[in-house]
Design a protein around this ligand. Structure first.
Ligand SMILES: *Cc1c(COP(=O)(O)O)cnc(C)c1O
Length: 385
């Protein structure tokens, strides 16, 4: 991904910083648009994966909708060009202010996670004389076979309405005059690489939709959430995700009614591969069984490895020495501040430039100021040409 020219430019910049390759992002969006148009599917970008202004503006320019999980995400998505009529709002704990933000902006749909939330949205909508469009977020009890911290569709997880509450939901909806139920929503987890998991979701969704139809409730749309995984091990082999195979699973196994539309909320797959965290080696220190390469980037810039033991490919951009094993760690006073153990790198010295790949999703947006760290700078590929 990095040629000599760009590495020479990186050498002159203060590290650590995020680097976004806009060509990779544009190629990804072009492919996504082509494949989703083929099936007439609607894609809402999950803002929480990367809420960087330039990236949002680029994604919105392709006409995709937004999937928001806070009031501030709603406001920012509108400011960066997303159409209000294509905003969905999810989240297990929406505050009254956030619900009002969605109502005031007449967003497309609230994805509602409990009966109590339905009641609150109904009351708030009544107070401003509006009707809220909602989709029921169902917990389908499907195992996403991904890391336990990013699985969301099991009964033990906090998300969605569970099967034993369906009858009560139907009863409640008859009482709520300021709610219009327009959809059925699912989101079972993130970084799902086994497409069979999505087939399983389709089969459960078919059963659940039939149950609601039998009980007198019809839906204009089905929303199957996001979660399509990316190749963290070898990013260059799959810079552009295989959207066609993903969509074709739903085309084949999900039973849509007459005019029903199908919606997706993809986050990670749109933005992961366009981003890299660029850092410098501060020190190399001999440990008992390993050497530590201590970087000037840490968990404060990239939290995923510490938060859910995630793997990112690590490259030394400036060494061609013999390959050795390094534990690549950050400078923060926490042992979990580790980017990789026994990472094979060419001989690594103080001052070498390190790229941590596939950090466009859940990277910059999760950075925080622990240890009073400065916020990492951000650069885009078009600033280097
Ligand atoms: C996070 C989230 C997504 C996006 O997940 P990705 O794995 O990034 O595709 C979609 N829908 C909801 C409700 C989410 O919380």
């Amino acid at each position: 991904m990095f040629d000599k020219n760009i590495i020479n430019k990186f050498k002159k910049i203060k590290t650590p910083f995020y680097y976004y390759d806009l060509k990779v992002l544009e190629d990804t969006l072009t492919e996504l648009k082509k494949q989703s148009d083929k099936y007439s599917y609607t894609v809402h970008y999950a803002i929480k994966a990367n809420a960087n202004e330039r990236i949002l503006t680029l994604i919105s320019s392709y006409g995709f909708g937004a999937d928001c999980v806070s009031g501030n995400e709603i406001t920012k998505s509108i400011r960066t060009g997303f159409d209000k009529n294509k905003i969905v709002f999810a989240g297990v704990g929406k505050s009254d202010d956030e619900i009002m933000c969605g109502l005031k902006n007449d967003i497309f749909c609230f994805n509602v996670e409990s009966i109590q939330e339905l009641e609150v949205i109904n009351a708030l909508a009544a107070s401003v004389n509006k009707t809220a469009r909602v989709a029921l977020r169902i917990n389908p009890n499907v195992d996403a076979k991904t890391h336990q911290f990013i699985t969301t569709g099991l009964e033990e997880n906090k998300f969605g309405i569970n099967g034993w509450e369906f009858e009560d939901v139907i009863k409640k909806l008859k009482e709520l005059k300021h709610i219009e139920t327009i959809g059925l929503h699912f989101h079972i987890g993130s970084q799902i690489t086994d497409l069979n998991v999505f087939k399983g979701l389709c089969i459960r969704a078919n059963e659940i939709q039939s149950w609601f139809n039998d009980h007198g409730l019809e839906f204009e749309h089905i929303n199957v959430g996001g979660g399509l995984g990316v190749n963290y091990k070898e990013p260059d082999e799959n810079l552009i995700p295989d959207f066609n195979s993903f969509f074709s699973v739903f085309n084949k196994f999900l039973e849509l009614r007459g005019n029903q539309t199908l919606h997706f909320e993809l986050g990670r797959t749109l933005v992961a591969q366009c981003g890299s965290l660029i850092s410098k080696v501060l020190f190399v220190k001999e440990g008992v069984n390993t050497s530590f390469a201590i970087l000037d980037a840490g968990m404060t810039e990239l939290l995923r490895p510490a938060l859910y033991q995630s793997y990112h490919k690590i490259e030394n951009l400036t060494s061609e020495g013999d390959v050795q094993n390094y534990d690549v760690v950050g400078p923060i006073c926490e042992s979990s501040d580790t980017f990789g153990k026994s990472v094979k790198l060419p001989e690594t010295k103080r001052g070498d430039l390190i790229a941590i790949r596939s950090t466009g999703a859940y990277g910059e947006v999760m950075s925080f100021g622990y240890n009073l760290r400065d916020k990492a700078a951000v650069y885009y590929s078009d600033e280097f040409s």
